[in-house]
Design a protein around this ligand. Structure first.
Ligand code: 3AM
Length: 181
């Protein structure tokens, strides 16, 4: 297929072992809310959604991104949440400072300052870190769900192409960025 653009995003990717642990959260949420469960290999935390990107820009990113180091620490997934518009149910992090995780905000800011240097525009919306668990979920009372906190030190920050596929999107990792602990 002759592609003229690719739908791109940057995200933090869990190891297979952590993804398995996150799937226990997805199963709990699914039993309550229905919808479509994410596949273990597709679980991630989006840092920057770029959307449809022309091939010349994809090429530029693939060249530049291996030089961008993203600071990474450990977070605790502690709560379930829901975005009503896209009907997404997610797992969200907390820290001793509340719902913000300082290193995660730093990772977001660091990635976006690299992207701005490459001509991309940082979104005006607030960064709401989350790992999507369900899509097309029904309305549900998430307060009844609780799980022990799940500790996650992301092993990878990646540039991903999202391609339409049967039953959802298929993600292909294009570039692995260096991370700094
Ligand atoms: O990582 P999650 O599942 O939260 O919802 C889309 C998915 O987020 C999000 O980018 C990730 C990879 O597709 N996304 C899709 N369209 C978007 C948009 N217009 C978007 N994020 C922001 N703006």
């Amino acid at each position: 297929m002759n592609q003229t653009s690719q739908r791109l995003f940057f995200g933090l990717w869990p190891s297979a072992a952590t993804a398995d642990e996150i799937m226990a959260w997805a199963r709990d949420a699914h039993a309550l809310c229905g919808g479509r469960m994410m596949q273990a290999e597709a679980l991630h935390m989006t840092l920057a959604f770029l959307g449809n990107t022309p091939e010349d820009k994809v090429h530029e990113l693939v060249q530049a991104a291996p030089g961008w180091t993203v600071p990474v620490g450990t977070l605790q997934l502690k709560r379930f949440g829901r975005f009503a518009g896209p009907r997404v149910v997610w797992a969200g992090p907390s820290s001793e400072d509340g719902e913000r995780v300082p290193w995660l905000d730093d990772a977001y800011a660091s990635l976006w300052s690299h992207l701005e240097g490459a001509g991309w525009e940082r979104p005006a919306s607030v960064f709401r870190p989350h790992v999507s668990l369900l899509r097309k979920a029904g309305p549900c009372e998430l307060d009844v769900l609780s799980r022990p906190a799940l500790s996650w030190t992301p092993e990878q920050c990646v540039l991903v192409a999202s391609r339409p596929a049967e039953g959802g999107s298929r993600y292909e990792i294009l570039v692995r960025l260096p991370i700094r602990h």
